[in-house]
Design a protein around this ligand. Structure first.
Ligand code: MN
Length: 228
């Protein structure tokens, strides 16, 4: 076996509720503009246009339980989302078989340097500086399908310092989870370890150091994340 010239990166492992085992992350796909009211607040048309995706890096998923305010931004926003973790991959996955590929679900935050994202949007530039920065996706434990089924309805909420900022329902997704998986699989070869962030309802907004964000998804518990 040849040796590596530098230390190989460690695999990214996400905790699983009720288990000591870890879920290994391969890729992170995020859907944009997937709740009509959030599309409107961002100045977009909420019609059922084809979905669009961007990516975060596997090591941006952060189960550690806090969110350090990032560098190079003065307008960092929360986006509470449900994460979908895949146990099987493939290409051209039919919608009616898509859920068979899911390992489980978690609560996640798609933290966004909104000022940098907005500047990138205006110039038609890519979004990585706004979206794919260090520890930009705090995430709670994965709940296996065997325990929680496939949540398709239920309250999704985010509070900051106890005040409700986002309140939506999973049933308001424009593109449902099976459709997302199927659509992505037409463009990418999905694989075990892939994670999809399924979009955020209306009410996104900024946080500052000292704030405490609490996201909850019915059936998946809560995720408490202080901004440090
Ligand atoms: Mn998002």
């Amino acid at each position: 076996m040849p040796e590596y010239v530098v230390e190989p990166p460690k695999p990214i492992g996400l905790p699983i509720a009720g288990s000591d085992a870890l879920f290994p992350v391969r890729r992170v796909y995020c859907i944009g503009r997937n709740y009509a009211a959030h599309a409107i607040e961002m100045g977009d048309d909420p019609d059922r246009d084809p979905p669009f995706f961007f990516q975060k890096n596997p090591d941006n998923l952060d189960p550690s339980g806090d969110f350090p305010y990032p560098t190079q931004s003065r307008d960092v926003h929360y986006e509470a989302e449900m994460a979908v973790a895949l146990k099987e991959g493939g290409t051209n996955i039919p919608v009616n078989q898509a859920l068979d590929h899911v390992f489980g679900y978690a609560i996640a935050l798609d933290m966004t340097r909104r000022d940098l994202q907005s500047a990138a949007k205006k110039k038609g530039r890519p979004w990585e500086v706004g979206k794919a920065f260090e520890r930009s996706a705090p995430i709670g434990p994965l709940h296996p399908v065997a325990e929680v089924g496939h949540p398709s309805a239920g309250r999704l909420e985010l509070t900051v310092n106890g005040e409700i900022r986002q309140a939506g329902d999973l049933n308001q997704m424009i593109w449902k989870v099976p459709e997302m998986i199927s659509y992505l699989s037409d463009y990418f070869e999905l694989a075990p370890g892939d994670v999809i962030l399924s979009g955020t309802p209306a009410g996104v907004g900024p946080v500052v150091r000292g704030d405490v964000m609490v996201a909850s998804v019915e059936g998946l518990g809560t995720l408490r994340i202080p901004v440090t």
